[in-house]
Structure formats: C-alpha cells, structure tokens
Design a protein around this ligand. Structure first.
Ligand SMILES: [Cu+2]
Length: 396
C-alpha cells in the first residue's frame, strides 16, 4: 500500500464511525483492494511459470493500534496469490530469510511426492539462508492454498499461508452463474501470546542449533533428529526423553486463539465484499487456521458451488456453511437484496478481538448501488450527532 493511501485508510478507520457514504467512496474502495492478496506475476522460463517466494519476519497490523510479529511470505499476510491454469508447469523458488526452518506444502494439489513439503518425510527442512525449488504441474482445478509444514501449529498461525488458484477453461461454475468479480478470503485464528513466546524461544533455539552445527557439536538427541525409527527407539531405551514427555520448551496447554482474521485483518479492518443488484460474485473461502468457522450471510441464500476446489455436481443454496480447518469452499452470492449485510462466523466467540465484541472475522457485503437516502437515520440518532448509520462502533 502506498503511504498516501495508507494515511487515508487509517484516517478513515480511526475516525471511529465509517459512514455508509464513506464505505461506498473511492478511497475506501481503493483501500479495500489492498485487503485482498495480490496475484504474484510469474517469470516465463520456456514453458515453465516461475514464481519467487521468500519468508521473513514481518510486522502485521491486524487492526488499528495492534501489531504482531509474523512469519510472512514476501512480507505480507496472507502470502501472495499464485494463480495459474490447469496443466501449467510451475516452478516456485523458495528462499528462507529467517533463523527458523520451513517448507511449503501445496494443499489440495496433486504434486509429485518429493514436492509435497513435509519435513523428514519428503524433503529436508529448508534451513536458514537456504533455497528450495518446488516443481510440479498445476492440478486439479479450483481453490487451493499453500502453507508451511514445519512447526505447522506455530508457523501457520504466524502467517505462513497463501491462496493457490488453478483456473480451468472447462469450469462449469461461470457458465451456470456468470460473474465478473471474485474475492479470495483466507481465514485464520491466532493465540498472540503463544505466537510471541514460541517465536522468541524458537529463535533462541535456532541460534543454538546453528552454532552447534557450525562447531561440529550437533547433538541428535538434543534436537530430536534420528535417521531411523530404531535409532530413536534405542535412544529412548537408553534413557532419552522425547520432547513431548519433558515439558522442555512448549507451553503445557495448546494455544487458545484470541484473534480471528480474514486476509490477515480483524474487524473493523476486514475486507468488504462489493456487489451490485443483479450481479453474481464468486467468493473463494479458505480455512488456513485451526478453528472451525460457521459462516453465515445475512439477507441472502448463497450457492455452494465448489468443495475443496472441485465443482460440486449439484450446487445448493444455504445461508450458513461449516468451514473446517484445511477446507476450501467456493460460493456464489446473487445480488438480490440491496443493502449492507454482514457475513460472519456464527460461533460468536470468533467475532471478537481479544475477547471483545465486535471483532474477529466479521465483514460486510456492500451493495455499491445503495441510494444515499436509505442510509439516513432516525431522530434519536440525529440528536446523538450521527448523520447516518455508523459502520464502526467498538462499544461492547
Ligand atoms: Cu515455517
């Protein structure tokens, strides 16, 4: 985001009340575009589409006034969108700029097993400063994503995920529901205290590991790395205690998320879905987090058209869907009921920021052709000094 746009956006949000007139204004729309992952441009190498991804530590502002440290692909959460056609040859050159290990797993893609990104199963982790080249053919079609598969519980909620869309000329969805605009929404959930503690202790540990490797004193037991299952079992017989037995580093309890994001932002910074009357929009929903989300749209029944990337044989209508961790679902929203509507998790624990409602993954479906007179308020509100409906009100 350019500095000027940033100033405009943050000014609007911290004003406390975003008026529908503002919500429909040009600066808000321009800022809203920045809340969707940008599509990474490939470099052509013969018939191969080559992409460059790096991972580094990055500060993310989830809502105005609250920033966390993240692990971010190309300095953004979510990472950039990779978008190719079915059957394309793809090469991703992945550079690790952090002091931690990582890999990339291509969730939902049928890649050769050596490209699957599972450390110690299909490849060695990509260690600090290293590069790894992933090569595969893009299939099957639809909405997928990529994420780190090292220390997944930590690294994914720290920001290591991005959308991977495979277009198919045979896609039946635009034929049945012609659309011009589409949106990608990546959901995640974050225990920010866990994130902070784990990232700090991992950085310390990685420094130690690097030092011991450099000085030839790397200790397999200390770092829980064994060449064979037998070597591991023998170590246990000789008194070695695996990390899950001794509470060596990790906290006793599993993380309990207290922040819920869509495209790396919580309400009131969540992206809006723009629509006009009689328009269809396609929304690609990706759950890159650890929680189940029960997404409910007000005032409409949407069509569920794809499940895990694959078009469903018989699209059906509903107004609430369950988006489990790892799942992708595509929906078509038909512009049939002009207004401003919310689309949010109906597990209302997840429409909070640090326990306070409203927050989390609450977002708005906004009709661009909503007449200004429909946003006018009653006498009481006018006495309170409000000219029209407030869109942001952070009162409990
Ligand atoms: Cu990682």
């Amino acid at each position: 985001m350019k500095r000027r746009e940033f100033i405009q956006t943050s000014g609007l949000i911290t004003a406390g009340a975003l008026l529908p007139g503002t919500l429909l204004g040009k600066p808000f729309k321009a800022a809203n575009k920045q809340k969707y992952p940008y599509v990474l441009e490939p470099v052509m190498d013969g018939d191969v589409k080559e992409f460059h991804l790096f991972i580094d530590i990055h500060q993310q502002e989830i809502v105005p006034g609250f920033r966390i440290h993240t692990l971010a692909f190309n300095n953004q959460v979510p990472g950039p969108e990779i978008r190719v056609n079915k059957g394309d040859k793809v090469r991703v050159i992945f550079k690790n700029k952090t002091e931690l290990n990582h890999t990339i797993h291509w969730h939902g893609l049928h890649v050769p097993w050596r490209m699957d990104g599972v450390p110690y199963v299909t490849q060695m982790p990509v260690m600090p400063g290293q590069e790894f080249v992933y090569e595969f053919t893009a299939e099957p079609e639809g909405t997928h994503f990529y994420h780190c598969h090292w220390g997944t519980l930590l690294h994914m909620q720290a920001g290591m995920y991005g959308s991977f869309i495979i277009d198919d000329p045979e896609d039946p969805i635009p034929r049945r529901f012609p659309y011009k605009r589409e949106y990608t929404l990546l959901y995640s959930a974050h225990d920010v205290n866990f994130l902070r503690e784990e990232m700090n202790s991992m950085l310390e540990r990685m420094k130690e590991r690097m030092y011991m490797m450099k000085t030839g004193r790397f200790n397999k037991e200390r770092f829980a790395v064994f060449d064979t299952k037998k070597e591991f079992e023998d170590a246990v017989k000789n008194g070695y205690q695996p990390p899950y037995v001794v509470n060596r580093r990790a906290p006793d309890d599993l993380p309990v998320p207290n922040w819920f994001t869509v495209n790396g932002k919580s309400y009131p910074s969540t992206p809006a879905l723009f629509i006009t009357e009689d328009e269809n929009i396609r929304v690609r929903l990706i759950n890159a987090g650890t929680e189940e989300h029960y997404l409910h749209l007000h005032g409409h029944d949407f069509w569920q058209v794809a499940d895990d990337g694959l078009p469903v044989p018989q699209p059906w209508q509903r107004n609430t869907l369950r988006l489990s961790p790892g799942k992708t679902i595509d929906i078509i929203i038909e512009g049939k009921n002009r207004g401003i509507w919310t689309f949010h998790d109906h597990d209302t624990r997840r429409v909070t920021n640090n326990g306070l409602y409203p927050g989390g993954n609450l977002l708005a479906l906004v009709y661009e052709d909503l007449p200004a007179e429909e946003t006018k308020l009653n006498m009481m509100a006018q006495k309170m000094g409000l000219k029209s409906l407030p869109i942001v009100a952070l009162d409990e």
